[in-house]
Design a protein around this ligand. Structure first.
Ligand code: SF4
Length: 168
């Protein structure tokens, strides 16, 4: 059972997935968009102008995307800062959002692994990684941190070791 709430709360987000991330015109997205550029359909209130018609208009990739709660975490950390006028602050916000996406994905993977038939030592390592991830993802940091990079690297190594264990 998940200990973390991974539900995205778009009402508490600055439309970060529609701004920070890039996409290319394809069968998933209707136009090209650079990272850091607001989507042409993003409104000033951070709502999507074509939300109800995204699939029909060729934006199925937006429907499928889930930030796992990274958006509201990054937005909360930058609330009150003038990121819309200061490109330097905006760059930090988008970078932090991108790192939070990775942190939330890793947390979800490690929480899902709670049901795996692995050794007590491996479960202890899993819990220790989750505690470190929680510190990184639930804190108020506004910057990409080396400690977050380190735990993401350790998490990847751990998941690779689990895959090897389970394949034996
Ligand atoms: S189409 Fe809507 S949901 Fe997709 S990126 Fe643009 S504003 Fe966001």
């Amino acid at each position: 059972m998940s200990e973390t709430n991974f539900t995205a709360d778009c009402s508490q987000c600055f439309g970060l997935c529609c701004t920070a991330l890039s996409f290319e015109r394809s069968n998933q997205f209707g136009h090209d968009k650079l990272g850091g550029e607001p989507c042409q359909y993003l409104q000033r209130d951070f709502r999507c102008r074509i939300h109800a018609q995204r699939e029909a208009l060729g934006y199925g990739g937006c429907e499928a995307f889930d930030c796992l709660g990274a958006g509201q975490r990054a937005s909360a950390a930058f609330a009150g800062l003038n990121w819309q006028r200061d490109t330097g602050i905006a760059r930090r916000l988008y970078a932090r959002f991108s790192q939070l996406l990775l942190l939330q994905e890793m947390r979800q993977a490690l929480e899902t692994a709670a049901t795996l038939d692995i050794s007590p030592a491996q479960h202890a390592q899993r819990r220790e990684l989750l505690a470190r991830l929680s510190q990184e993802a639930d804190g108020a940091s506004r910057d990409v941190t080396d400690t977050a990079l380190a735990v993401l690297g350790d998490g990847k190594s751990f998941l690779r070791s689990l895959a090897a264990t389970l394949a034996d």
